[in-house]
Ligand binder design. Sequence first.
Ligand SMILES: *[C@@H]1O[C@H](CO)[C@@H](O)[C@H](O)[C@H]1NC(C)=O
Ligand SMILES: *[C@@H]1O[C@H](CO)[C@@H](O)[C@H](O)[C@H]1NC(C)=O
Length: 119
Amino acid sequence: MGGALSLAAAALLKEISAAAPFYGIPNEHLCDITTINIPVQAHFGENDPIKNFSSKDDALLLKLKQRNNTKFELHMYANCGHAFIDPTYPAKYNQEASVLALGRVVTFMNKWLADNSHL
Ligand SMILES: *[C@@H]1O[C@H](CO)[C@@H](O)[C@H](O)[C@H]1NC(C)=O
Ligand SMILES: *[C@@H]1O[C@H](CO)[C@@H](O)[C@H](O)[C@H]1NC(C)=O
């Protein structure tokens, strides 16, 4: 739920400056993710099984993929399912991908939150 909540906040709240959602996309009835204007860095597992929310071939994920650029990044992780950065789920946790993803988040937030002139 955190990833979808993060994207919904990015779409709906003016107070948010940047978002880094992990594996989750809000329902189209809730908000339109194509209208997001703040920097977003989204992270999804290639093997995520949750349809219409975070699986690889979802229409919602394709919308994110179409927007992939320096301000709206989409990263897919091989050999990862849902919750791949959560070490409390050993069956789902992928340490190598987690380190890579969290490093990307830190770099991204440092880049976009250090300077708000783009907002
Ligand atoms: C999932 O998405 C497909 C295609 O967008 C849609 O036809 C289907 O009704 C959706 N399923 C659910 C459970 O929302
Ligand atoms: C998004 O763009 C980056 C940078 O060009 C690239 O490394 C990455 O593979 C792209 N993501 C997807 C899902 O295509």
